[in-house]
Design a protein around this ligand. Structure first.
Ligand code: ADP
Length: 603
């Protein structure tokens, strides 16, 4: 089959060629008509000239006779005027004879006689008036015979022109008929071609186009397509593409459907009145409802009464946004229980629906609740008695309950150490939980770097002294704005770790570097550099996680809880800073944290 573009070109070219041929014929016929019209004009011209010459000759002869008879000058003047007219018309006739061969012979004969007459008239004019002799009589006779001849030649000429005109009129009639037939033929052929194109178009293109259009609509509606169009032209190829597209789309839809049907998440779409228009089977598995029970009913009816208002507001808000929104709301199951769900809602403006994905977070919520209960329990039921115990042990050591012997004293001291470390561990744990749940509020104050570092070193120095470790401060002092107590706690924690893991007689440097990051804002980098065993490179990331101990089980590690660095991280991040460590196994460790030198939202 011809390509679509070739077929189209053919459909346009064929009628164009036919129309052009008709135009050629009409042009030819019109040219002939134009030629005939010119001939006709010449015939009319020559007839006019002949008539005028005949008239003028008679008049001129008459004027000449009168002049000769009366010698009145006005006749001579009239004769000259008419004589000149005759010559002008004769000249025009000669020109016509030259340009139209068909009447040349008759015209030339006529013009020859006129020339003779003008010669005779000239001669007659030249004779003296009183000499009416033989010669003049002869000339007059000659003139009379000329006039008779010119009369008959003129009449023949008129007859000839009349015949020519008649023939031309007949020919013009023929040409008119020819033209009429040509135009009628052209109209007929054009109509036939138009009908042929229309039929051909509807048989080939229109039908195929319709098939493609209905296939396209079927693709959009997810319906089966018509049989593929046969052939190898562009339309057939386009239809092939639509079929492939439809197949791919069907597969994708099936996959999507399977995913929606089998996913654990509840998926639903809501109309503008928050009625459920679509639901996936997860709702039956999760909440026990049959789809028909819920379809068409208002979503708010299965939301926990306390969460209804917020859910309603969130879904309303979602309708005006092009991003998804997240919120939590409890949903009632078929048997009346409530489950916690995390909602992701997204508005689809083209079909005015809100799509919601509901993720069950009941277990997480319960775990959180349990954790809060445990934390409350640890805080009240464990820390309080331990604190009391600590006080009792204190009193025993002070001899309030009687004097202890040396062994008893040693045992109480050991017991007190264990109780103290248990209390500090509980404090750390509570702190971490508090920080992680966002309960950390910073108390910013103006303070100098030296005050922070000196305070921290002062608190930790006794531990360092026990191992004869030298704490070396290194910084340029300046005024900063931070939560001083908490920053001191971070430094104490980091230096404490360094002491725990460093060998005896080593050095620990506490350095602070300042760097301008933005106009007016400096970043402080605190560095605690030790000469201890270091941390393996692949563990550098995880030391800041809760309960993570990454070393080789050294003595220092055994004493810890794995919470100190998590607390440091929470405090530094609350300042808008970052914390990290640079180290390699056996080469010491440099723990660092960067914080801005003033409250960020103030800048
Ligand atoms: P811990 O109470 O165990 O010290 P941390 O959170 O403070 O808890 O530290 C977590 C772990 O990071 C430590 O157990 C140890 O393995 C490693 N670590 C921390 N500081 C150092 C250090 N200066 N040198 C080597 N390892 C360290």
């Amino acid at each position: 089959m011809l390509k679509f573009t070739h077929q189209l070109a053919l459909l346009l070219l064929v009628p164009m060629v036919i129309q052009l041929s008709f135009l050629g014929v009409i042009d030819h016929v019109l040219n002939e008509v134009e030629r005939d019209r010119q001939q006709e004009a010449r015939a009319v011209d020559s007839l006019i000239h002949v008539n005028l010459i005949l008239n003028d000759i008679f008049m001129a002869t008459g004027s000449m006779m009168m002049f000769k008879a009366t010698s009145t000058e006005s006749f001579a003047f009239e004769f000259h005027e008419l004589f000149e007219n005759v010559q002008t018309h004769t000249k025009a006739l000669k020109e016509i004879a030259n340009s139209s061969p068909e009447r040349a012979k008759e015209l030339k004969a006529f013009v020859g006689i006129i020339d003779d007459i003008t010669e005779a008239l000239t001669m007659a004019e030249g004779m003296p008036e009183e000499s009416v002799d033989l010669a003049s009589i002869r000339i007059v006779g000659k003139l009379q015979s000329f006039i008779r001849r010119v009369n008959s030649t003129g009449l023949r000429l008129v007859e000839k022109e009349t015949q020519l005109r008649k023939r031309r009129q007949e020919k013009q009639g023929e040409v008119r008929d020819q033209l009429k037939h040509t135009v009628e033929g052209a109209a007929l052929v054009t109509v036939a071609i138009a009908a042929f194109i229309a039929v051909g178009f509807s048989l080939t293109f229109a039908r195929r186009f319709n098939t493609i259009m209905s296939n396209t609509m079927s693709v959009a509606a997810g319906k089966p397509l018509a049989e593929p169009i046969k052939g190898s032209d562009e339309l057939a190829k386009l239809d092939g593409v639509i079929h492939t597209l439809s197949r791919d789309l069907t597969i994708t839809r099936e996959k999507e459907r399977a995913m929606i049907d089998n996913t654990a998440e509840i998926i639903c779409s809501l109309d503008e009145n928050l009625r459920m228009s679509e639901l996936n089977p997860a709702i039956t598995k999760r909440l026990g409802y049959q789809l028909e029970e819920l379809l068409g009913s208002n979503l708010i009816s299965i939301i926990h009464p306390e969460d209804k208002d917020e859910t309603y507001l969130n879904l309303q808000k979602c309708q005006g946004m092009d991003t998804e929104i997240l919120f939590e709301a409890r949903v009632r199951s078929q048997d009346g229980k409530f489950y916690f769900y995390e909602w992701t809602a997204k508005y689809a403006p083209h079909n005015d629906l809100i799509f919601c994905v509901l993720h069950d977070i009941t277990e997480r919520k319960e775990a959180e609740k349990l954790k809060q209960e445990v934390m409350a329990m640890v805080s009240h039921d464990l820390r309080a008695p331990l604190t009391s115990l600590n006080m009792v042990l204190d009193m025993m050591l002070e001899g309030v309950v009687g004097t202890l012997n040396d062994k008893g004293n040693r045992m109480v001291v050991l017991a007190q150490q264990s109780v103290s470390s248990l209390i500090s561990m509980i404090n750390d744990l509570l702190d971490v939980e508090k920080y992680e749940s966002g309960g950390l509020t910073l108390n910013y104050e103006d303070v100098t770097i030296s005050k922070l570092v000196d305070n921290a070193i002062g608190m930790i120095k006794p531990q360092a002294d026990k191992k004869n470790i030298k704490l070396i401060p290194s910084f340029e002092d300046r005024q900063i704005e931070v939560d001083a107590d908490r920053v001191v706690r971070v430094i104490v924690n980091l230096v404490g770790n360094a002491i725990k893991f460093s060998p005896k007689d080593s050095n620990i440097t506490v350095a602070v570097k300042t760097q301008e990051v933005k106009r007016g804002i400096h970043e402080l980098e605190f560095q605690i550099i030790d000469e201890g065993p270091g941390i393996p490179e692949d563990k550098l990331e995880i030391v800041f996680e809760k309960f993570k101990q990454v070393g080789t089980g050294s003595e220092g590690e055994k004493k810890g809880t794995g919470l100190g660095l998590a607390i440091c991280k929470a405090i530094v991040e609350a300042h808008g800073g970052r914390v990290g460590v640079r180290s390699a196994l056996g080469k010491g460790a440099t723990f660092w944290f960067q914080i801005p030198d003033k409250r960020i939202d103030k800048a």
